[in-house]
Design a protein around this ligand. Structure first.
Ligand SMILES: [Zn+2]
Length: 256
């Protein structure tokens, strides 16, 4: 699959490939932990991860860790501030140590090839009935600055991967605005109340064309992690304002 990325990120990737070609290393290094990944080819037969982790450039140790990430689907209801009640958030795995490492590498370190691995987890965990009752996929967006800085939007890549697999159209129905202080702060380390307050008005509807396409549609809102559910709730409220019929969330991991 072709990933959407900034030109700068693309050039950086090309330059890295060229450098690897000019100066081939003795051992390829694991994309996650940096240990030599050649160990896996010497007959030290650690089975492929259930989601094909060996193709991603992981060492045998990381492959084994990846294979042990068991899919364990769950649903949590996140309260909405207005009277529509709750939004159901479907998660696939719990946010444990190795998964945390992988998500960080995927989000911050340029390992966009992990998108399909996470996509596979979601494909195997999200209920068929959920997919059958959705019309469109909507990604939780990142700010423009953050996309420029990282070179890509990992959630948008994941949503595109699911959109291909399920044959459901993807609509960029939302955009994330920046606060007066510049970056909207990362949500990861805040309390539930502070999160909701911080997110108020952080997600707004996108251009009128996209917004019109959401009307009376059943939406699957995609994000990476659910903690308190504030992000999903804030996005769902905006989507309901655009006239969505229903909104449900689909995320990779839940923080217990
Ligand atoms: Zn490794």
């Amino acid at each position: 699959m072709r990933y959407q990325m900034t030109a700068k990120f693309w050039w950086r990737q090309q330059a890295n490939q060229l450098l690897n070609w000019i100066f081939p290393g003795e051992d390829a290094l694991c994309v996650v932990c940096g240990r030599p990944s050649e160990l896996g080819k010497s007959g030290n037969n650690i089975a492929d991860g259930q989601h094909g982790a060996s193709d991603l450039g992981m060492c045998p140790f990381c492959q084994q860790e990846a294979a042990s990430c068991t899919v364990n689907a769950a649903v949590q209801n996140v309260r909405l501030d207005h009277r529509r009640g709750f939004v159901a958030v479907h998660s696939c795995v719990s946010y444990e140590q190795f998964l945390r490492t992988l998500i960080r590498a995927w989000k911050y370190d340029g390992l966009i090839q992990l998108t399909e691995w996470f996509g596979q987890i979601m494909l195997s965990a999200l209920p068929q009935a959920l997919i059958a009752r959705c019309d469109l996929i909507v990604p939780v967006p990142a700010t423009r600055d953050r996309i420029q800085k990282r070179g890509y939007d990992h959630i948008r890549l994941l949503a595109a991967c699911l959109s291909d697999a399920y044959g459901l159209p993807l609509i960029d129905g939302l955009c994330r605005v920046q606060t007066d202080q510049g970056f909207t702060q990362s949500q990861t380390a805040k309390s539930a109340l502070a999160r909701r307050r911080g997110l108020k008005n952080a997600y707004v509807l996108n251009a009128p064309l996209q917004t019109a396409m959401l009307r009376r549609k059943r939406l699957l809102l995609i994000d990476d992690i659910v903690t308190t559910g504030s992000t999903i709730a804030t996005c769902a409220q905006a989507l309901y304002q655009a006239g969505a019929a229903t909104v449900e969330g689909g995320v990779i991991a839940r923080v217990m």
